[in-house]
Design a protein around this ligand. Structure first.
Ligand code: DGY
Length: 319
C-alpha cells in the first residue's frame, strides 16, 4: 500500500522524524530558513500531513491547493498563523504543542523580566565597549524585582508557571484573564484585576495572551499611559498584541521605564526598527520555548499528532 506523505517544514529532532517514518514517507525542508511560499504551495498538493512552524501561513490559498491534507500539526502553542475556520471547513485537524513548552517559556519570561529590570544587556554592552572606568553608586541602577508587583495579562498555563516563579521572589501578583484562576490564586496569592487596575499598579507588566481578534493591539497609547514611569513592560506573546509605535513613544517620553521584547510585529525585526535602537529595550529573537529539550518535545508531540491522525485516531492536542 502507498504510504501517506508528510511534509516537515524545518529540520526538527531526529526522533520526531523517525516516528513519522514509521507510518509515512517524510520530506523535510532542511534549510534553516522558512520554506519559500511557492514551494510550500506546490508541496502541500501531495501532502497528507504537514508539520509546520509559526513561520508558515496556513490560509485559504494554501488549503485550496491541499487536496489530500488531513492534519496541520503546528510546532508551537500559538496558532495565529493558521486559519482554523478554513481548516475546519475542510475537515482538516489542527494541533498545537501546549504543556511541553510551559516551563521553558516561563523561564524565558522571567529571565527577560529580570534582564530588563536589572539592565543586564545594557550593562554587558557597557562593559564590552570598554566604558567601565569606575564603580559608581548609580551605575546601571535598575528596578527591584524581589517584592515588586507583577501583572500578568493572559493567565494560561505559562502565566501560572511564571506566577509560581514570582512567588519565590516575594512578588505581589495581579492577573487579567477572561476567567478566574482559583487554583493559581490559592497557590501563588495572585489576584484578578481589571486591565486598567493591573497596569496602574504593576511594576512589571507581562503580556502572555494569545494573539486573537480581541487581543490584537491590546497594548496601545492609552494602556501604556496607565503604567507607572518606573514600570517595565515584557512581551512574550505575539508582536501583534502591541502597538509598537505607542510603545516606542511611551519609552521615549519616559511614561514607562523599560521594555523586554521576545516578539515583534515583523519577525525577524528589521535592524532599523526604532524600538531596538533604545538602550532600555532588551530585544530577543522569539526564543520563548527555545531549549534543546523543549524543542525536542514539541517536535515529538507534533509528530505524534500526525501519526495518530494517519492511523485514523484523534490527535493528542487537537484545537
Ligand atoms: C509558541 O509556541 O507559540 C512560541 O511562540 C514558539 O515557540
Amino acid at each position: 500500500m502507498k504510504k501517506p506523505k508528510v511534509l516537515v517544514t524545518r529540520q526538527v529532532a531526529n526522533e520526531a522524524i523517525s516516528l513519522l517514518k514509521t507510518v509515512a514517507d517524510v520530506e523535510v525542508w532542511v534549510q534553516d530558513e522558512p520554506i519559500p511560499r511557492e514551494l510550500l504551495l506546490e508541496k502541500v498538493e501531495q501532502a497528507d500531513a504537514i508539520l509546520t512552524m509559526l513561520t508558515e501561513r496556513i490560509d485559504e490559498e494554501l488549503l485550496s491547493r491541499a487536496k489530500q491534507l488531513r492534519i496541520v500539526a503546528n510546532m508551537a502553542v500559538g496558532y495565529d498563523n493558521i486559519d482554523l475556520a478554513a481548516c475546519k471547513k475542510r475537515d482538516i485537524w489542527v494541533t498545537n504543542t501546549p504543556e511541553v513548552l510551559t516551563e521553558a517559556t516561563a523561564d524565558l519570561a522571567f529571565a527577560l523580566l529580570m534582564a530588563t529590570g536589572r539592565r543586564l544587556t545594557e550593562a554587558n554592552r557597557f562593559l564590552m565597549n570598554g566604558e567601565w572606568t569606575s564603580w559608581s553608586p548609580s551605575l546601571m541602577a535598575g528596578q527591584n524585582v524581589y517584592g515588586a508587583t507583577l501583572g500578568i495579562i493572559g493567565m494560561g498555563r505559562i502565566g501560572e508557571a511564571v506566577a509560581r516563579r514570582a512567588k519565590g521572589f516575594g512578588m505581589r501578583i495581579l492577573y487579567h484573564n477572561r476567567s478566574r484562576k482559583q487554583q493559581a490564586e490559592a497557590e501563588t496569592g495572585a489576584q484578578q484585576a481589571t486591565l486598567e487596575a493591573l497596569l496602574r499598579e504593576s511594576d512589571y507588566v507581562l503580556l502572555l495572551t494569545p494573539l486573537t481578534a480581541e487581543t490584537r493591539l491590546l497594548m496601545g497609547e492609552q494602556e501604556f499611559s496607565w503604567m507607572k514611569p518606573t514600570s517595565v513592560f515584557i512581551n512574550v506573546s505575539r508582536g501583534g498584541t502591541v502597538d509598537e509605535a505607542a510603545l516606542y513613544q511611551a519609552l521615549v517620553k519616559k511614561q514607562i521605564w523599560a521594555a523586554g521584547l521576545d516578539v515583534f510585529q515583523q519577525e525577524p525585526v528589521p535592524q532599523d526598527h526604532p524600538l531596538i535602537s533604545l538602550p532600555n529595550v532588551v530585544a530577543l529573537p522569539h526564543i520563548g520555548s527555545a531549549t534543546e529539550q523543549t524543542r525536542g518535545e514539541m517536535a515529538r508531540l507534533a509528530a505524534a499528532n500526525i501519526v495518530a491522525v494517519l492511523e485514523g485516531q484523534r490527535p493528542l492536542t487537537a484545537l
